[in-house]
Design a binder for this molecule. Sequence first.
Ligand code: ZN
Length: 242
Amino acid sequence: MPYAVISDIHSNLTALEAVLKDIESRAIESVYFTGDAVGYGPSPNQCVELLKKSCKILIAGNHDWAAINYTSADYFNDMALHAITWTTDTLTSENITEIENFKLLKSSAERNALFVHATPKDPENWDYLMSKNDALINFEHFEQQLCFIGHSHMPIMVSVDTVTGKVITDKERMELKMDSRYIINVGSVGQPRDNDPRAAYAIVNDDTVEIVRVEYDIRKTQAEMESVGLPFKLIDRLEYGY
Ligand code: ZN
């Protein structure tokens, strides 16, 4: 049975709804979430509530933890800090409790997979996994066949053949083979940064994993951000996907 992995929603409800509708239209029933429900966007409460209703696993991202003061936001830039302060003030106490229940990392025996926001190695450091070499360090820090991550907002897939040691990277699609292990960054639903403004997520089938792109009403999210006074640069970047 295929399943979907979504990440980095960042309070962009319109993008999240478009992605969940796309998943539903493909008759995919299981959705896993790898962190950053909130931060940057205009609808933190609605996103937390919809994720809770829709996903089998809920992972904490650095923005989620920053919003509930579980991790420092000192290294955030001014825009991210502005948005996270607004988010903390806007979240209901029920949704703060929901975020407190998000896991730093969680495995699924059924999927033979680990789900984590940043990296399987020291996940609470929020390091970025951007390259083949970053991935090779991290393969030693989980046991499952698959590891799904988010955080950089840029899809990347790295596989290692456990027999030959051959390493393959891709950004869109990979065959899944019994003798190989995989780290897959599924990209971002709510704030893509790979110069493609469409929402991104991953579909995993028995023998393939692929990144899917979904158009959504960017102007709607931008108008909502404007109405709650979020920084112009955060509003602007959505239409360029960076
Ligand atoms: Zn993020």
